[in-house]
Write a new protein. Sequence first.
Length: 507
Amino acid sequence: MSRLPIDRNLALSGLSGLLLALSFPRIDASFLAWFALIPLFLVMHRRPFVCGFVAGAGFFGPVLYWLNIVMTTYGKMHPFFSVAAYLILICYLSLFFGTAIWAACRLREKLGFSPVLTLPVVWTALEFVRAFLLSGFPWATLGYSQSDLPLIQSVDLFGVYGLSFLVVLVNVALAETVRALWRRKFEDIPRTALAAATLLFAMNLGYGYFRLGQDLDGREEKLEVALIQGNIDQAEKWDPARRHSTVRLYNKLSLSASQKGKTDLIIWPESATPFYFQEGGALGREVVSTALSSGAYLLFGSPAYEMINRTPSYLNSSFLLSAQGNVLGRSDKVHLVPFGEYVPFGRFFPFIDKLVAGIGDFSPGTVSPLPMNGHQAGVLICFEGIFPELARDYVRRGSDLLVNITNDAWFGRSSAPDQHLAMTRFRAIENRVWVARAANTGISAFIAPSGEITARTPVFETLFLRGSVGLGATPTLYTRIGDVIPGFFILLSLWWFFLARDRKKSF
Protein backbone atom coordinates (compact mmCIF):
# COMPACT_ATOMS: atom_id res chain seq x y z
CA MET A 1 0.00 0.00 0.00
CA SER A 2 1.27 3.45 -0.87
CA ARG A 3 1.59 5.95 1.92
CA LEU A 4 -0.35 9.17 1.90
CA PRO A 5 1.91 12.12 1.08
CA ILE A 6 2.71 14.32 4.07
CA ASP A 7 3.33 17.99 3.51
CA ARG A 8 6.32 18.61 5.77
CA ASN A 9 5.76 22.36 5.72
CA LEU A 10 2.25 21.98 7.09
CA ALA A 11 3.35 19.29 9.54
CA LEU A 12 6.01 21.59 10.97
CA SER A 13 3.51 24.44 11.11
CA GLY A 14 1.06 22.26 13.01
CA LEU A 15 3.86 21.23 15.35
CA SER A 16 4.46 24.90 16.19
CA GLY A 17 0.80 25.33 17.06
CA LEU A 18 0.80 22.26 19.27
CA LEU A 19 3.99 23.27 21.11
CA LEU A 20 2.51 26.70 21.69
CA ALA A 21 -0.69 25.15 23.05
CA LEU A 22 1.35 23.12 25.54
CA SER A 23 2.75 26.35 26.99
CA PHE A 24 -0.73 27.34 28.22
CA PRO A 25 -2.61 25.99 31.25
CA ARG A 26 -3.24 23.29 32.23
CA ILE A 27 -0.01 21.81 30.85
CA ASP A 28 1.56 25.20 31.54
CA ALA A 29 4.98 24.42 30.00
CA SER A 30 5.53 28.15 29.49
CA PHE A 31 9.18 27.77 28.44
CA LEU A 32 8.01 26.13 25.18
CA ALA A 33 6.60 29.42 23.93
CA TRP A 34 10.10 30.87 23.51
CA PHE A 35 10.93 28.45 20.68
CA ALA A 36 7.58 26.88 19.74
CA LEU A 37 7.18 29.03 16.63
CA ILE A 38 10.61 28.23 15.17
CA PRO A 39 9.37 25.33 12.98
CA LEU A 40 6.64 27.56 11.54
CA PHE A 41 9.01 30.46 10.89
CA LEU A 42 11.47 28.16 9.12
CA VAL A 43 8.95 27.01 6.50
CA MET A 44 6.51 29.93 6.34
CA HIS A 45 7.99 31.40 3.14
CA ARG A 46 6.89 28.38 1.11
CA ARG A 47 3.15 28.65 1.74
CA PRO A 48 2.79 31.73 3.98
CA PHE A 49 -0.92 31.99 4.67
CA VAL A 50 -1.61 28.25 4.72
CA CYS A 51 1.32 27.54 7.06
CA GLY A 52 0.16 30.25 9.44
CA PHE A 53 -3.43 29.03 9.30
CA VAL A 54 -2.41 25.44 10.08
CA ALA A 55 -0.29 26.63 13.01
CA GLY A 56 -3.28 28.61 14.28
CA ALA A 57 -5.53 25.57 14.04
CA GLY A 58 -2.89 23.45 15.78
CA PHE A 59 -2.86 26.02 18.59
CA PHE A 60 -6.45 27.14 19.07
CA GLY A 61 -7.87 23.65 18.54
CA PRO A 62 -6.31 22.12 21.68
CA VAL A 63 -6.49 25.29 23.76
CA LEU A 64 -10.22 25.81 23.16
CA TYR A 65 -11.38 22.19 23.11
CA TRP A 66 -13.55 22.90 26.15
CA LEU A 67 -15.98 24.93 24.04
CA ASN A 68 -17.59 21.64 23.05
CA ILE A 69 -18.30 20.94 26.72
CA VAL A 70 -20.02 24.31 27.04
CA MET A 71 -22.14 23.89 23.91
CA THR A 72 -23.20 20.26 24.33
CA THR A 73 -23.44 19.79 28.10
CA TYR A 74 -24.90 23.18 29.04
CA GLY A 75 -26.02 24.68 25.76
CA LYS A 76 -27.87 21.43 24.88
CA MET A 77 -26.54 21.75 21.35
CA HIS A 78 -26.43 18.70 19.12
CA PRO A 79 -22.84 17.37 18.93
CA PHE A 80 -22.79 17.87 15.16
CA PHE A 81 -23.64 21.56 15.43
CA SER A 82 -21.33 21.95 18.40
CA VAL A 83 -18.37 20.63 16.43
CA ALA A 84 -19.37 22.78 13.45
CA ALA A 85 -19.51 25.94 15.59
CA TYR A 86 -16.22 25.00 17.26
CA LEU A 87 -14.48 24.51 13.91
CA ILE A 88 -15.85 27.79 12.57
CA LEU A 89 -14.40 29.64 15.56
CA ILE A 90 -11.05 27.84 15.24
CA CYS A 91 -10.91 28.76 11.54
CA TYR A 92 -11.75 32.38 12.35
CA LEU A 93 -9.03 32.64 14.99
CA SER A 94 -6.52 30.84 12.75
CA LEU A 95 -6.99 33.60 10.18
CA PHE A 96 -5.01 35.90 12.46
CA PHE A 97 -2.02 33.55 12.46
CA GLY A 98 -2.28 33.10 8.70
CA THR A 99 -2.55 36.82 8.06
CA ALA A 100 0.46 37.63 10.26
CA ILE A 101 2.66 35.10 8.44
CA TRP A 102 1.41 36.17 5.01
CA ALA A 103 1.98 39.83 5.85
CA ALA A 104 5.58 39.29 6.99
CA CYS A 105 6.42 37.28 3.87
CA ARG A 106 4.81 39.84 1.58
CA LEU A 107 6.69 42.74 3.19
CA ARG A 108 9.93 40.83 2.70
CA GLU A 109 9.05 40.20 -0.95
CA LYS A 110 7.91 43.74 -1.79
CA LEU A 111 10.06 45.89 0.48
CA GLY A 112 12.92 43.62 1.48
CA PHE A 113 12.01 43.93 5.16
CA SER A 114 13.27 41.09 7.33
CA PRO A 115 10.62 39.10 9.25
CA VAL A 116 12.66 39.87 12.36
CA LEU A 117 11.51 43.46 11.94
CA THR A 118 7.96 42.97 10.68
CA LEU A 119 6.62 39.76 12.22
CA PRO A 120 6.65 40.81 15.91
CA VAL A 121 4.95 44.08 14.98
CA VAL A 122 2.28 42.62 12.69
CA TRP A 123 1.60 39.65 15.00
CA THR A 124 1.08 41.93 18.02
CA ALA A 125 -1.07 44.32 15.99
CA LEU A 126 -3.35 41.48 14.88
CA GLU A 127 -3.62 40.13 18.43
CA PHE A 128 -4.81 43.57 19.46
CA VAL A 129 -7.33 43.63 16.61
CA ARG A 130 -8.60 40.22 17.73
CA ALA A 131 -9.29 41.72 21.16
CA PHE A 132 -12.03 44.00 19.85
CA LEU A 133 -13.05 42.84 16.35
CA LEU A 134 -16.59 41.34 16.32
CA SER A 135 -16.96 42.16 20.03
CA GLY A 136 -13.47 40.80 20.80
CA PHE A 137 -12.08 37.46 21.92
CA PRO A 138 -8.57 37.93 23.38
CA TRP A 139 -8.53 34.45 24.93
CA ALA A 140 -5.07 32.82 24.66
CA THR A 141 -3.19 35.95 23.62
CA LEU A 142 0.44 34.85 23.22
CA GLY A 143 1.69 36.76 26.27
CA TYR A 144 -0.60 34.69 28.51
CA SER A 145 1.61 31.68 27.83
CA GLN A 146 3.98 33.00 30.49
CA SER A 147 3.42 32.24 34.15
CA ASP A 148 6.80 32.69 35.89
CA LEU A 149 6.64 35.78 38.07
CA PRO A 150 9.95 37.37 36.96
CA LEU A 151 8.99 37.12 33.28
CA ILE A 152 5.59 38.77 33.56
CA GLN A 153 6.35 41.81 35.73
CA SER A 154 6.91 44.02 32.69
CA VAL A 155 3.21 43.96 31.86
CA ASP A 156 2.91 46.90 34.28
CA LEU A 157 4.81 48.80 31.55
CA PHE A 158 3.51 47.54 28.22
CA GLY A 159 0.68 45.15 29.05
CA VAL A 160 0.28 41.59 27.86
CA TYR A 161 0.85 42.66 24.24
CA GLY A 162 4.36 43.78 25.09
CA LEU A 163 5.08 40.26 26.26
CA SER A 164 3.56 38.85 23.06
CA PHE A 165 5.91 41.07 21.04
CA LEU A 166 8.94 39.77 22.94
CA VAL A 167 7.96 36.11 22.53
CA VAL A 168 7.55 36.50 18.76
CA LEU A 169 10.78 38.49 18.47
CA VAL A 170 12.79 35.79 20.26
CA ASN A 171 11.23 33.06 18.11
CA VAL A 172 11.84 34.79 14.79
CA ALA A 173 15.42 35.82 15.68
CA LEU A 174 16.21 32.20 16.63
CA ALA A 175 14.50 30.89 13.50
CA GLU A 176 16.51 33.16 11.20
CA THR A 177 19.68 32.14 13.00
CA VAL A 178 18.85 28.42 12.61
CA ARG A 179 18.13 29.00 8.94
CA ALA A 180 21.51 30.65 8.37
CA LEU A 181 23.38 27.95 10.30
CA TRP A 182 21.56 25.15 8.44
CA ARG A 183 22.59 26.65 5.12
CA ARG A 184 26.05 27.41 6.47
CA LYS A 185 25.63 31.00 5.41
CA PHE A 186 27.12 32.49 8.55
CA GLU A 187 27.04 35.96 7.05
CA ASP A 188 23.21 35.73 7.07
CA ILE A 189 23.00 35.29 10.83
CA PRO A 190 20.87 38.24 12.04
CA ARG A 191 23.42 39.32 14.62
CA THR A 192 21.76 42.64 15.35
CA ALA A 193 18.33 41.08 15.75
CA LEU A 194 19.71 38.23 17.82
CA ALA A 195 21.53 40.68 20.08
CA ALA A 196 18.41 42.84 20.39
CA ALA A 197 16.21 39.85 21.27
CA THR A 198 18.76 38.62 23.82
CA LEU A 199 19.08 42.08 25.35
CA LEU A 200 15.33 42.64 25.57
CA PHE A 201 14.79 39.20 27.09
CA ALA A 202 17.51 39.88 29.66
CA MET A 203 16.07 43.32 30.41
CA ASN A 204 12.60 41.83 30.83
CA LEU A 205 13.94 39.21 33.23
CA GLY A 206 16.09 41.74 35.09
CA TYR A 207 13.16 44.13 35.44
CA GLY A 208 11.09 41.28 36.84
CA TYR A 209 13.60 40.45 39.56
CA PHE A 210 14.02 44.15 40.31
CA ARG A 211 10.29 44.66 40.77
CA LEU A 212 9.89 41.51 42.84
CA GLY A 213 12.59 42.83 45.14
CA GLN A 214 10.28 45.70 46.05
CA ASP A 215 7.28 45.63 48.36
CA LEU A 216 4.62 45.38 45.65
CA ASP A 217 1.90 43.76 47.72
CA GLY A 218 1.94 45.70 50.98
CA ARG A 219 -0.74 48.30 51.65
CA GLU A 220 -1.47 50.47 54.69
CA GLU A 221 -5.17 49.63 54.62
CA LYS A 222 -6.33 46.04 54.36
CA LEU A 223 -9.58 44.11 54.22
CA GLU A 224 -10.28 40.66 55.55
CA VAL A 225 -12.24 39.02 52.76
CA ALA A 226 -14.20 35.79 52.49
CA LEU A 227 -14.82 34.26 49.04
CA ILE A 228 -17.84 31.99 48.95
CA GLN A 229 -17.74 29.10 46.49
CA GLY A 230 -21.27 27.71 46.45
CA ASN A 231 -20.58 25.02 43.85
CA ILE A 232 -24.13 25.15 42.52
CA ASP A 233 -24.69 22.70 39.69
CA GLN A 234 -25.36 24.55 36.45
CA ALA A 235 -28.28 22.28 35.63
CA GLU A 236 -29.97 23.26 38.91
CA LYS A 237 -28.87 26.86 39.19
CA TRP A 238 -31.97 28.44 37.64
CA ASP A 239 -34.49 25.92 39.00
CA PRO A 240 -37.12 28.02 40.87
CA ALA A 241 -37.56 25.22 43.39
CA ARG A 242 -33.91 25.54 44.48
CA ARG A 243 -33.76 29.30 45.02
CA HIS A 244 -34.27 29.14 48.78
CA SER A 245 -31.76 26.33 49.24
CA THR A 246 -29.21 28.24 47.14
CA VAL A 247 -29.52 31.37 49.26
CA ARG A 248 -29.42 29.36 52.47
CA LEU A 249 -26.23 27.64 51.33
CA TYR A 250 -24.52 30.97 50.62
CA ASN A 251 -25.79 32.33 53.91
CA LYS A 252 -24.46 29.31 55.83
CA LEU A 253 -21.02 29.47 54.18
CA SER A 254 -20.82 33.22 54.75
CA LEU A 255 -21.61 32.99 58.44
CA SER A 256 -19.16 30.11 58.86
CA ALA A 257 -16.46 32.23 57.23
CA SER A 258 -17.23 35.26 59.40
CA GLN A 259 -17.03 33.13 62.54
CA LYS A 260 -13.43 32.23 61.72
CA GLY A 261 -12.30 35.76 62.46
CA LYS A 262 -12.78 39.39 61.55
CA THR A 263 -14.45 39.69 58.16
CA ASP A 264 -14.80 43.02 56.36
CA LEU A 265 -16.11 41.87 52.99
CA ILE A 266 -17.93 38.75 51.80
CA ILE A 267 -18.03 38.02 48.07
CA TRP A 268 -20.47 35.70 46.32
CA PRO A 269 -19.98 34.67 42.67
CA GLU A 270 -21.66 35.82 39.47
CA SER A 271 -25.46 35.32 39.50
CA ALA A 272 -25.23 33.85 42.99
CA THR A 273 -28.85 34.89 43.53
CA PRO A 274 -30.90 33.25 40.74
CA PHE A 275 -33.64 35.85 41.05
CA TYR A 276 -34.05 39.62 40.86
CA PHE A 277 -32.67 40.88 44.16
CA GLN A 278 -33.92 44.38 43.35
CA GLU A 279 -37.50 43.15 43.74
CA GLY A 280 -36.97 42.39 47.42
CA GLY A 281 -39.32 39.79 48.87
CA ALA A 282 -38.46 36.87 51.14
CA LEU A 283 -35.43 35.84 49.09
CA GLY A 284 -34.08 39.37 49.07
CA ARG A 285 -34.49 39.62 52.82
CA GLU A 286 -32.52 36.39 53.25
CA VAL A 287 -29.63 37.94 51.31
CA VAL A 288 -29.77 41.10 53.43
CA SER A 289 -29.75 38.99 56.58
CA THR A 290 -26.32 37.66 55.60
CA ALA A 291 -24.84 41.14 55.76
CA LEU A 292 -26.63 41.90 59.01
CA SER A 293 -25.60 38.65 60.70
CA SER A 294 -21.98 38.74 59.57
CA GLY A 295 -21.44 42.47 60.14
CA ALA A 296 -19.56 42.66 56.82
CA TYR A 297 -20.03 44.21 53.42
CA LEU A 298 -21.66 41.74 51.02
CA LEU A 299 -20.92 41.82 47.30
CA PHE A 300 -22.85 39.37 45.15
CA GLY A 301 -23.93 38.73 41.58
CA SER A 302 -27.58 38.99 40.57
CA PRO A 303 -29.55 39.62 37.40
CA ALA A 304 -31.19 43.03 37.25
CA TYR A 305 -33.37 45.04 34.93
CA GLU A 306 -34.30 48.59 34.09
CA MET A 307 -37.55 49.71 32.46
CA ILE A 308 -36.92 51.82 29.37
CA ASN A 309 -40.08 53.04 27.63
CA ARG A 310 -42.02 50.26 29.39
CA THR A 311 -39.62 47.69 27.97
CA PRO A 312 -37.31 45.81 30.35
CA SER A 313 -33.58 46.01 29.71
CA TYR A 314 -31.87 43.05 31.40
CA LEU A 315 -28.46 43.33 33.06
CA ASN A 316 -25.90 40.94 34.52
CA SER A 317 -25.08 42.82 37.69
CA SER A 318 -23.43 42.87 41.08
CA PHE A 319 -24.78 44.55 44.21
CA LEU A 320 -22.92 45.78 47.27
CA LEU A 321 -24.64 45.83 50.67
CA SER A 322 -23.36 47.54 53.78
CA ALA A 323 -23.08 45.73 57.11
CA GLN A 324 -26.43 47.37 57.94
CA GLY A 325 -28.04 45.76 54.89
CA ASN A 326 -28.30 48.93 52.82
CA VAL A 327 -27.68 48.79 49.05
CA LEU A 328 -24.56 50.90 48.42
CA GLY A 329 -24.49 50.45 44.68
CA ARG A 330 -24.92 48.26 41.62
CA SER A 331 -22.37 47.54 38.92
CA ASP A 332 -23.46 46.08 35.58
CA LYS A 333 -21.49 43.86 33.24
CA VAL A 334 -20.01 45.92 30.42
CA HIS A 335 -18.60 43.30 28.03
CA LEU A 336 -21.20 40.64 27.35
CA VAL A 337 -20.52 37.09 26.14
CA PRO A 338 -21.68 36.68 22.53
CA PHE A 339 -24.17 33.82 22.09
CA GLY A 340 -24.14 33.45 25.87
CA GLU A 341 -25.71 36.71 27.02
CA TYR A 342 -26.81 38.13 23.70
CA VAL A 343 -26.97 37.08 20.05
CA PRO A 344 -24.80 39.24 17.76
CA PHE A 345 -26.80 40.57 14.80
CA GLY A 346 -29.84 38.93 16.34
CA ARG A 347 -32.29 40.96 14.26
CA PHE A 348 -30.78 39.46 11.11
CA PHE A 349 -30.53 35.91 12.49
CA PRO A 350 -33.63 35.40 14.65
CA PHE A 351 -33.27 31.59 14.38
CA ILE A 352 -30.04 31.65 16.42
CA ASP A 353 -30.60 31.15 20.15
CA LYS A 354 -28.37 31.85 23.11
CA LEU A 355 -26.52 29.09 24.94
CA VAL A 356 -27.83 30.43 28.24
CA ALA A 357 -31.48 29.69 28.73
CA GLY A 358 -33.66 32.01 30.71
CA ILE A 359 -34.05 35.73 30.78
CA GLY A 360 -33.31 36.95 27.28
CA ASP A 361 -30.69 39.17 25.79
CA PHE A 362 -28.70 41.22 28.29
CA SER A 363 -27.75 44.83 27.74
CA PRO A 364 -24.25 46.18 28.42
CA GLY A 365 -23.66 48.41 31.41
CA THR A 366 -21.07 51.09 32.09
CA VAL A 367 -17.93 51.15 34.23
CA SER A 368 -19.26 51.91 37.71
CA PRO A 369 -17.01 51.24 40.72
CA LEU A 370 -18.86 50.41 43.94
CA PRO A 371 -18.31 52.76 46.93
CA MET A 372 -17.06 51.16 50.12
CA ASN A 373 -16.31 53.43 53.09
CA GLY A 374 -14.11 55.91 51.24
CA HIS A 375 -12.76 53.29 48.84
CA GLN A 376 -14.05 51.78 45.62
CA ALA A 377 -14.25 48.27 44.24
CA GLY A 378 -14.21 47.62 40.51
CA VAL A 379 -16.19 44.50 39.60
CA LEU A 380 -15.23 42.40 36.58
CA ILE A 381 -18.03 39.95 35.87
CA CYS A 382 -17.21 36.61 34.26
CA PHE A 383 -14.82 36.85 31.30
CA GLU A 384 -14.42 40.62 31.73
CA GLY A 385 -11.24 39.63 33.56
CA ILE A 386 -9.57 38.84 30.23
CA PHE A 387 -9.98 42.40 28.90
CA PRO A 388 -7.03 44.57 30.03
CA GLU A 389 -8.63 47.87 29.05
CA LEU A 390 -11.66 47.24 31.25
CA ALA A 391 -9.66 46.57 34.43
CA ARG A 392 -7.50 49.60 33.59
CA ASP A 393 -10.62 51.75 33.22
CA TYR A 394 -11.87 50.68 36.66
CA VAL A 395 -8.54 51.56 38.26
CA ARG A 396 -8.36 54.91 36.45
CA ARG A 397 -11.81 55.67 37.86
CA GLY A 398 -10.54 55.17 41.39
CA SER A 399 -10.97 51.48 42.16
CA ASP A 400 -8.77 50.41 45.09
CA LEU A 401 -9.61 46.74 44.65
CA LEU A 402 -10.63 44.62 41.67
CA VAL A 403 -13.20 41.90 42.23
CA ASN A 404 -13.81 39.18 39.66
CA ILE A 405 -17.04 37.25 40.15
CA THR A 406 -17.64 34.43 37.72
CA ASN A 407 -19.48 31.20 37.08
CA ASP A 408 -17.00 28.79 35.50
CA ALA A 409 -19.32 25.81 35.93
CA TRP A 410 -19.80 25.97 32.17
CA PHE A 411 -16.26 24.70 31.67
CA GLY A 412 -16.63 21.46 33.60
CA ARG A 413 -13.32 19.94 34.70
CA SER A 414 -11.51 21.17 31.60
CA SER A 415 -8.45 23.41 31.49
CA ALA A 416 -10.62 26.51 30.92
CA PRO A 417 -10.86 27.52 34.63
CA ASP A 418 -7.04 27.46 34.84
CA GLN A 419 -6.74 29.50 31.65
CA HIS A 420 -9.32 31.99 32.91
CA LEU A 421 -7.51 32.46 36.21
CA ALA A 422 -4.13 32.82 34.48
CA MET A 423 -5.42 35.68 32.33
CA THR A 424 -7.15 37.44 35.23
CA ARG A 425 -3.84 37.32 37.08
CA PHE A 426 -2.36 39.78 34.58
CA ARG A 427 -4.89 42.45 35.56
CA ALA A 428 -3.36 42.58 39.04
CA ILE A 429 0.17 43.12 37.70
CA GLU A 430 -0.79 45.62 35.00
CA ASN A 431 -2.39 47.94 37.53
CA ARG A 432 -0.55 46.82 40.70
CA VAL A 433 -3.80 46.20 42.51
CA TRP A 434 -5.20 43.32 44.55
CA VAL A 435 -7.75 41.05 42.87
CA ALA A 436 -10.28 38.96 44.79
CA ARG A 437 -11.92 36.30 42.64
CA ALA A 438 -15.06 34.38 43.61
CA ALA A 439 -16.14 31.59 41.26
CA ASN A 440 -19.24 29.44 41.63
CA THR A 441 -17.40 26.15 41.11
CA GLY A 442 -13.84 27.50 41.30
CA ILE A 443 -11.20 28.55 40.86
CA SER A 444 -11.65 31.20 43.58
CA ALA A 445 -8.45 33.01 44.47
CA PHE A 446 -6.64 36.00 45.92
CA ILE A 447 -4.15 37.60 43.54
CA ALA A 448 -1.54 40.06 44.84
CA PRO A 449 -0.29 43.08 42.83
CA SER A 450 2.92 41.12 42.15
CA GLY A 451 0.83 38.45 40.39
CA GLU A 452 1.36 35.92 43.16
CA ILE A 453 -1.72 33.82 43.83
CA THR A 454 -1.70 33.88 47.61
CA ALA A 455 -4.56 31.39 47.99
CA ARG A 456 -6.81 29.41 45.66
CA THR A 457 -9.49 26.75 45.80
CA PRO A 458 -9.92 23.45 43.99
CA VAL A 459 -12.78 23.16 41.50
CA PHE A 460 -16.20 21.68 42.22
CA GLU A 461 -15.97 21.85 46.00
CA THR A 462 -18.37 23.70 48.29
CA LEU A 463 -16.29 25.91 50.58
CA PHE A 464 -15.16 29.38 51.53
CA LEU A 465 -11.72 30.94 51.27
CA ARG A 466 -10.51 33.65 53.63
CA GLY A 467 -7.69 36.04 52.91
CA SER A 468 -6.32 39.53 53.40
CA VAL A 469 -6.20 42.05 50.56
CA GLY A 470 -4.70 45.51 50.44
CA LEU A 471 -6.54 48.61 49.27
CA GLY A 472 -5.00 50.92 46.72
CA ALA A 473 -3.54 50.71 43.22
CA THR A 474 0.08 51.74 42.67
CA PRO A 475 0.39 53.93 39.54
CA THR A 476 1.95 52.11 36.58
CA LEU A 477 2.96 53.07 33.07
CA TYR A 478 0.36 50.69 31.67
CA THR A 479 -2.41 52.29 33.73
CA ARG A 480 -1.38 55.65 32.28
CA ILE A 481 -0.89 54.79 28.60
CA GLY A 482 -2.83 51.55 28.16
CA ASP A 483 -2.42 49.76 24.85
CA VAL A 484 -0.80 52.63 22.96
CA ILE A 485 2.00 50.40 21.65
CA PRO A 486 -0.15 47.74 19.95
CA GLY A 487 -2.28 50.57 18.62
CA PHE A 488 0.85 52.12 17.13
CA PHE A 489 1.77 48.72 15.68
CA ILE A 490 -1.54 48.69 13.78
CA LEU A 491 -0.70 52.07 12.23
CA LEU A 492 2.85 50.99 11.46
CA SER A 493 1.63 47.80 9.78
CA LEU A 494 -0.82 49.76 7.64
CA TRP A 495 1.96 52.19 6.69
CA TRP A 496 4.21 49.35 5.62
CA PHE A 497 1.48 47.95 3.42
CA PHE A 498 0.87 51.35 1.91
CA LEU A 499 4.57 51.49 1.01
CA ALA A 500 4.41 47.97 -0.43
CA ARG A 501 1.41 48.91 -2.54
CA ASP A 502 3.09 52.11 -3.67
CA ARG A 503 6.32 50.25 -4.50
CA LYS A 504 4.36 47.74 -6.57
CA LYS A 505 2.75 50.50 -8.65
CA SER A 506 6.09 52.12 -9.40
CA PHE A 507 7.41 49.06 -11.26
